[in-house]
Design a protein around this ligand. Structure first.
Ligand SMILES: [Zn+2]
Length: 267
């Protein structure tokens, strides 16, 4: 029995959640052993999960709920540990690749946190959008307008694109400084590309009409009162959210946690 990369991507969540039966689990493990790209995907997932767990204090739940959930999780964790121990005994000697060992024991909490699975259909995939965002981020093209003031950028584009361009404002604590903006295309749609200096690095933001360009895919994280879709590609993290019909695709080489924090505290 062999699995295609597509199958693996489909089942990777269930795999990390420990929800596959033994045959599926073995098939997927075998695939991971021989496929570097799926292994990378599994590691990325795993890192995202950790980042999400670390960033939870950004959205404190009411104390009563926390307590209820905590109790339920403790019980489930104990159960899960026993299950995992059983699985591990059955499979370790046969074919456990490193990635599977890393993945074991993860994820119960994630399954509680995760939003709906990505919808398919006519939406643009976040993965392809992320590729494009990263190209621009790396290219760092010259700006049409250099301004450290978001209002100046908004004024500049007011008669150039059919949507409001409000560059995100990152709080002073994040040491993010607006550098400038330029017209761009995202897929076949008009967009505005904005760059910031953050600490020693850079953050780029594509601003676009999220009704004209709906996006699916990635993992959903709740941060700063928003649903943020996530994708890591080639060492870059791209976080996507929308507010008032405007979409924002934020690209940086910050680690996932840094980017979650940045987006959570922007306005
Ligand atoms: Zn693969």
């Amino acid at each position: 029995m062999s699995m295609s990369c597509d199958d693996v991507r489909k089942f990777i969540q269930a795999y990390l959640d420990g929800e596959l039966d033994e045959h599926e689990w073995a098939a997927l493990s075998l695939h991971l052993e021989s496929c570097a790209s799926c292994r990378r995907e599994a590691r990325t997932e795993e890192r995202l999960r950790r980042a999400v767990r670390r960033s939870l204090p950004l959205e404190p739940a009411p104390a009563s709920l926390r307590q209820r959930v905590g109790t339920a999780l403790d019980a489930a964790d104990a159960e899960r540990r026993e299950e995992d121990a059983g699985r591990l005994r059955r499979w370790t000697l046969r074919l456990v690749p490193a990635a599977a060992v890393i993945a074991l024991g993860l994820g119960f909490l994630w399954s509680r946190l995760q939003g709906p699975r990505p919808a398919s259909g006519l939406k643009t995939s976040l993965a392809s959008l992320a590729e494009q965002s990263i190209e621009w981020h790396r290219l760092s093209p010259p700006m049409d307008v250099t301004a450290t003031n978001p209002e100046a950028v908004q004024r500049y584009f007011s008669d150039k694109v059919p949507f409001a361009v409000r560059p995100p404002v990152f709080p002073a604590g994040q040491r993010a400084r607006l550098v400038g903006a330029r017209l761009a295309n995202l897929r076949e749609h008009r967009a505005v590309f904005v760059t910031y200096q953050v600490g020693g690095g850079r953050v780029s933001v594509f601003i676009f009409d999220s009704n004209a360009l709906p996006v699916a895919g990635g993992r959903v994280v709740r941060a700063g009162g928003r649903d943020v879709r996530w994708q890591e590609v080639r060492g870059y993290n791209v976080g996507l959210y929308s507010a008032g019909g405007t979409g924002y695709a934020v690209t940086s080489d910050l680690d996932p946690r840094g980017l979650v924090q940045l987006i959570a505290h922007s306005h």
